[in-house]
Design a protein around this ligand. Sequence first.
Ligand SMILES: CC(C)(COP(=O)(O)OP(=O)(O)OC[C@H]1O[C@@H](n2cnc3c(N)ncnc32)[C@H](O)[C@@H]1OP(=O)(O)O)[C@@H](O)C(=O)NCCC(=O)NCCS
Length: 108
Amino acid sequence: MYLACVGGTPVGYMRIGPASQGACGIIVDEGTASITGAYALPDVRRRGVATALLQGCLAWAAARGYVRCAVDWESANREANRFWRRHFVPVCYALMRVVDDALATPTA
Ligand SMILES: CC(C)(COP(=O)(O)OP(=O)(O)OC[C@H]1O[C@@H](n2cnc3c(N)ncnc32)[C@H](O)[C@@H]1OP(=O)(O)O)[C@@H](O)C(=O)NCCC(=O)NCCS
């Protein structure tokens, strides 16, 4: 995991490791590294923190022989969608239906 700090205070992180089913179910070979977490505090966003963390993660992966990197995100997360699409090419779209509990609960 890479940590971004300002004056010794953590302001963001990004985590990378071996291929994760949770990152992309169709790219899980041993040549793939997966990013499984990313966050920057709101008051440091849009200043390149996540971009710098991503560079660190990709350098980590390249140094260990990984040839691909996978990450998943929700398209409804506008900041994440914009960030990841700037650096990655989508290869898989997944849809999930969430049924409202109120509709699933029988009424008397
Ligand atoms: C997604 C997230 C990690 C991005 O972090 P960030 O540090 O703001 O990302 P960056 O600053 O590197 O890049 C974001 C934008 O800032 C721009 N930027 C980069 N360096 C910059 C600089 N020096 N000055 C101004 N803008 C800059 C980038 O070009 C990018 O622009 P865009 O929005 O037009 O595409 C952050 O929004 C976040 O933590 N969101 C909440 C948690 C989350 O959704 N995590 C991802 C889950 S999948």
